[in-house]
Ligand binder design. Structure first.
Ligand SMILES: NC(=O)c1ccc[n+]([C@@H]2O[C@H](COP(=O)([O-])OP(=O)(O)OC[C@H]3O[C@@H](n4cnc5c(N)ncnc54)[C@H](OP(=O)(O)O)[C@@H]3O)[C@@H](O)[C@H]2O)c1
Length: 330
């Protein structure tokens, strides 16, 4: 079996397309820190654009890491590639206050998630390239893998190509960050964004609610709290690396016990509602998830704030704090 999508590896991508160019990393959080450091270590000229240091910690952190740091406005003016690594809901406001008016013809505007472009909360001028590069993992892992000589599977996409070099530039960023060491694919803004939002709802949402469900039922039925917590959370760590390494079948038949294999194959499907997964996919494709999230954000996140309050105060969280204190992370 072979993939229909082309997999770009180091030998397919020319980092030289960034030679003589400056990459302005806008935002120095999880991705900003990782991507800026990896690019610099790959020989790319990087500057950092950060928010007011009185309110945002990125400026001081980047300066401590030895970067030239400036206001977002100045970084946009001084960069050839403007790589926006701000948290997604904050992007439109920062973009219109500090980025848009400072963009020049032929510059590359780059993102690490397609949300703002797909849903039109950012509408770049027609004379700049618009691309994205996304490593499939959180910043600290992107950095650690790079330092270990490896990388993280990535994807790039092009929404506007005025220079004729948009894809080459996006792939060069992927190479500088380390993603073409393992493989990077070219896809659309739509698939990157909706695929990400679909995964967040179903995989992260489903997995975390399963953890909560296991803990709740076990503790309500008299199990020791530390045992319920270990079963609800820690057990997943032991299987995910194995499955990632050898695949589901080899894990089930070769590494799991026969009882576990029987449990997974026969009871597992009762826990998952495939019709709901399909519905969530369709809602995501219709833009309904994005609309709900944008509305929630614009209203000061009342649903999230309310849920944070109750979840943070939950018995499971208190158990987790104690569990980590007593049993560490092993
Ligand atoms: N984290 C992941 O796993 C992951 C994976 C792939 C792609 N991405 C994408 O990468 C992008 C960045 O995400 P992230 O996880 O790196 O976010 P993050 O860790 O929350 O960092 C965001 C950065 O933006 C700064 N910022 C926020 N609001 C600002 C404002 N109004 N003015 C100036 N600076 C502001 C923050 O500064 P302060 O913290 O100092 O306020 C911080 O430096 C997003 O598009 C995300 O979808 C993330």
């Amino acid at each position: 079996m072979s993939f229909t999508e082309k997999i770009y590896r180091d030998e397919d991508v020319d980092l030289g397309v960034l030679k003589g160019k400056t990459v302005g990393i806008i935002g120095y959080g999880s991705q900003g820190y990782a991507q800026a450091n990896n690019l610099r270590d790959s020989g790319v000229d990087v500057i950092i654009g950060a928010g007011d240091r009185r309110f945002h910690s990125g400026w001081d952190k980047a300066e401590k890491d030895g970067f030239t740091v400036m206001s977002i406005e100045d970084a946009v003016k001084k960069s050839d590639v403007v790589h926006i690594l701000l948290q997604d809901p904050a992007q439109p406001e920062v973009y219109y206050s500090s980025v848009h008016a400072n963009l020049k013809k032929g510059q590359t505007l780059s993102f690490a998630h397609g949300f703002a472009i797909l849903y039109g909360t950012i509408k770049p001028p027609k004379d700049v390239d618009v691309v994205l590069f996304v490593p499939n993992g959180p910043g600290p892992v992107v950095r650690q893998k790079y330092l270990n000589g490896s990388g993280i599977y990535g994807c790039v996409a092009v929404d506007q190509d005025v220079t004729g070099k948009a894809a080459e530039i996006a792939l060069a960023i992927a190479k500088g960050v380390g993603s073409t060491r393992v493989g990077t694919i070219l896809m659309s803004f739509q698939h990157e964004t909706e695929g990400d939002n679909f995964e967040e709802q179903v995989l992260y949402g489903g997995a975390i609610h399963l953890m909560r469900g296991i803990y709740k039922v076990m503790t309500e039925n008299g199990y020791p709290k530390s045992f319920a917590y270990a079963k609800a959370i820690r057990s997943i760590r032991s299987i995910i690396d194995d499955i990632d390494e050898v695949g589901i079948e080899a894990y089930l038949t070769g590494r799991a016990s026969r009882t576990c294999e029987f449990a997974v194959r026969t009871s597992g499907p009762r826990v998952v509602n495939y019709d709901e997964i399909q519905k969530i996919f369709e809602e995501t494709e219709r833009g309904e998830f994005a609309k709900r999230w944008l509305l929630e954000f614009s209203q000061g996140m009342p649903v999230l704030n309310r849920m944070r309050r109750t979840w943070q105060d939950s018995d499971m969280e208190a158990t987790g704090i104690e569990f980590r204190k007593r049993f560490g992370l092993s």
